[in-house]
Structures are given as C-alpha cells and as structure tokens.
Design a binder for this molecule. Structure first.
Ligand code: BGC
Length: 251
C-alpha cells in the first residue's frame, strides 16, 4: 500500500494522520493537539514530533507537513496567525531534524487544494480552479488545468483598504458575532472580487466550517460556481501526505 504521514499545522490546531495516498483516505485515527500559544517554531516542531511518534509508522514513511505561510525551498517566508520567528526560517530543516525523518513542507491551502484536485471536488476539472480555505485565516490555492500555481496568498487581498482575511475568515465571523447571513455578505464581496480579478471556473470552499456549508454557501450572492470541499477538514493532511509520497518515495 502507498502510505505517507500528513500533518496540518494551523493557527488553532495541529492535526496528523497516516494516509493511503492511492485513495486519499485516512488509515489511522486523526491525532490533534492545540497549537501552542503564539505558535513558536520549536514548540510547534515538538508537537509535530509527538504526533508522528504516536502514529508509529515505519521510519521510511514520507512525512508531508503543511503550514499557514508562504513557503519556498523549505523556508517559511511569512507569518500570519503564527509567531514572527517563522519569517525566513528554514522550517523544513527544523522539522526534519525534530522528527529525524525526511519531510516535505508546503503551504496549507496548497496542500488542501491538491487533495481536492486529486481526490475530491476538483477532480477532472479543467480551467482555473481556486481552493479557498476558511479558518483562522483565509488560504488560497490556484490550479490551471489541474496544475498547482503555488503560494497565491489571496486571503490577504485588500478590499476597501483592508486585508480581507481580517473580515471574512471564520475567526472574523466569531470575533464580530456574525450570523451566517451576515458572514455570507462578506464572503460574497470577497469571492466577487476574486471573480473580477481572475474569472475562476470553479471555487472549492474548504476549512473546518465547510461541514456546515448548507448554512452559508447558498446564501452567497455570486455568479461563480462554488462547491464544498469533499475532504472537508482533512484536505490539508491528505494533500501534504500525497505530495510527500510523490516527492520522497514515488511508486
Ligand atoms: C496565510 C496563508 C494560509 C492561510 C490559511 C493565511 O493567513 O497567510 O499562508 O494559507 O492563512 O491558513
């Protein structure tokens, strides 16, 4: 069986599981810890190591880790909702050393998007497909004819002079006590701005809240085609595992 470990680091929780990378399914329990306060690199790496050791997979099992930052060549280049110490950090190396395993590091929304394109709502979809993850922040992944264009960071699109992640993320909904209808208005503004700039053929909406998609997706006034993510909140884990398997131990 093709397996890999997938780890999804978020501003709120760190989750991991063993994944069957042929089918895109979890083949272990999902292990979750709260993200240490402020998400400092050493403490996050320690939690990831705890998850990997609990999963108890053979030493050569590839590990894919996804993280909420712009990532190039294993270096984290931004830090939104996590400690500033991540900026410019050789994070892939930090994780590889903490785990004593080979590791691939990628952006969390890119990982989630890869899972949806490969196994979920974006399968066989041509044209420009965007994955938008709604959570502590807003993450985006862009695909042209199924090929990832990484590190898009469109969650930070400025609308009315503000970084719109601070208006339309799930944490903004909670902070401002918005009903689903009120939140859907902000999401419409955000998605319609994406439409104006990029004319996507499909937007896949993910993040933990996509479990409740019936409550808000139909309320979003837009001409865009919006569909819920199929892997729901496991998309990051599955996509990270898939990429790690492909890069570190191709079948
Ligand atoms: C980060 C992105 C990340 C997204 C979702 C944003 O604040 O800048 O890199 O993908 O949150 O976690």
């Amino acid at each position: 069986m093709s397996t890999a470990i997938g780890i999804d680091i978020g501003g709120t929780g760190i989750k991991g599981a063993l994944v069957n990378t042929k089918k895109g399914t979890l083949i272990s329990d999902r292990i979750r810890f709260d993200t240490p306060k402020g998400a400092p690199p050493q403490e996050v790496a320690k939690k990831v190591a705890e998850i990997v050791s609990e999963l108890d997979a053979p030493a050569d099992t590839p590990v894919g880790i996804c993280f909420p930052a712009l990532i190039k060549n294993g270096v984290t280049l931004s830090a939104a909702n996590v400690s500033d110490q991540w900026v410019g950090l050789k994070a892939q190396k930090l994780f590889a050393e903490a785990l004593d395993r080979k590791v691939v590091l990628l952006n969390d929304a890119d990982a989630a998007g890869v899972a949806e394109i490969k196994y979920g709502a974006g399968q066989e979809r041509r044209g420009l497909v965007l994955m938008v993850t709604l959570g502590t922040g807003i993450g985006t992944a862009m695909f042209m004819n199924g090929k990832l264009i990484p590190n898009t960071e469109l969650g930070h699109l400025e609308i009315d002079g503000v970084d719109y992640e601070t208006k339309a993320s799930v944490s903004a909904k909670e902070r401002d006590n918005l009903s689903f209808a009120q939140w859907a208005e902000r999401l419409a503004k955000y998605f319609n701005q994406l439409d104006k700039l990029l004319s996507p053929d499909l937007i896949i909406v993910g993040g933990g809240i996509s479990k409740q998609q019936e409550e808000f997706l139909p309320l979003i006034q837009t001409n865009l085609q919006l569909v819920p993510a199929q892997a729901r909140n496991n998309a990051g884990i599955i996509g990270a595992a898939f990429i790690a398997r492909k890069q570190l131990k191709p079948d």
